[in-house]
Design a binder for this molecule. Structure first.
Ligand code: ADP
Ligand code: MG
Length: 322
């Protein structure tokens, strides 16, 4: 009898006793990425999640010479470069968002971003002449897309123009992970890619009315309590802020979100913009765009979308929600 019991217990354990790991964290996409898969947090699922993030990093990272984007940049002015379909698609969407946002979000700003080098060893305040020169090489229309016989190409028509998808790729990556979770029937997860948050699935298995809560950091004093808490059923919450990456010279802060019209770090009175929507890729790009534009604009309408929530905090700590 005990033998049968042990056998039955072993069988039960083997069939439903999958080992669940704690949330996992890895440095990828140039930031700290944490994923919590809760009850579906098997070793295999976590391995695949971070494999996918590394794959995306290898395609889009401008600091990796072998990435598709780096290959396109280094061949600028010298003809089309074959890229993966998803690279083509994200550049296409980036151009569309750039058009809809009056280029406040602009994926072709590599020349200016490299000139400032914010967050890198070579960061510095460039001369106005250098800025004026770089501004001439940030036109999204110089990035051309071509699809031919099932192959995808990107061509930059000007030698000094470069793509930089740093303001959208974390959103794209979050959506990709959410799609993977959907496919695997993972019940709930929190994806945090350097503060780019995606809450996937139903928070409570027993009560559908329990919402996810995401705090918005106080951009004026990042050590204090959140300025606001967003409650969502599921979806993404993304913030762009002037406190994320910057350097200080002669008492002035130079942060990493550049206004392509002036060539200087965006200088509206906004300290952070948070965008809440089901698609993280839209949140990410629009958070950057609204930060540069200085608040909510008609971007949502221009993109033909609905139901996006915008929350912005000015440099005095005042919060506006729309
Ligand atoms: P974070 O990456 O800190 O979450 P963002 O999503 O706002 O913040 O992206 C900022 C990054 O995007 C910069 O580091 C730079 O690589 C790039 N970038 C800066 N300004 C712009 C802009 N106006 N449009 C598009 N990309 C930008
Ligand atoms: Mg962004």
């Amino acid at each position: 009898m005990p033998g049968i019991l042990i056998f039955a217990l072993c069988f039960l354990f083997a069939s439903c006793g999958k080992q669940v790991l704690p949330p996992q964290t890895e440095y990828v996409l140039g930031t700290v990425c944490s994923v919590n898969l809760y009850d579906d947090g098997t070793r295999e699922n976590y391995i695949d999640v971070f494999k996918r993030l590394n794959e995306i990093d290898n395609e889009f990272n401008v600091n990796k010479p072998t990435s598709d984007i780096s290959k396109v940049n280094s061949d600028a002015g010298h003809g089309p470069v074959a890229v993966k379909k998803e690279v083509y698609e994200l550049v296409r969407l980036s151009k569309e968002i750039s058009l809809a946002t009056g280029e406040t979000f602009n994926p072709a700003m590599g020349a200016l971003i490299n000139l400032w080098g914010i967050g890198k060893d070579n960061q510095r305040v460039p001369s106005q002449e250098e800025i004026n020169e770089a501004i001439n090489h940030c036109r999204p229309e110089n990035v051309q897309l071509k699809e031919e016989n099932g192959s995808y190409y990107i061509e930059i028509k000007d030698e000094k123009t470069a793509l930089d998808l740093g303001a959208i790729v974390k959103g794209f990556a979050s959506d990709e992970l959410a799609a993977m979770m959907e496919e695997r029937k993972i019940k709930r997860a929190v994806i945090d890619l350097g503060g780019n948050i995606y809450c996937f699935g139903q928070k409570s298995s027993s009560n559908p009315d329990v919402l996810w809560k995401v705090g918005i950091r106080n951009p004026v004093d990042t050590t204090s309590d959140p300025v606001e808490t967003v409650s969502i059923r599921s979806g993404s919450v993304v913030t762009s802020g002037n406190y994320e990456r910057y350097f200080i010279e002669n008492g002035k802060r130079y942060h990493h979100i550049i206004d392509g019209k002036t060539g200087w770090p965006a200088d509206s009175s906004i300290a952070s913009v948070t965008v809440v929507y089901e698609r993280s890729v839209i949140c990410d790009a629009l958070a950057t765009a609204c930060f540069v534009a200085g608040g909510k604009r008609d971007f949502e309408e221009k993109l033909g979308l609905k139901g996006i929530k915008f929350i912005w905090v000015d440099d005095k700590g005042k919060l506006t929600e729309r």
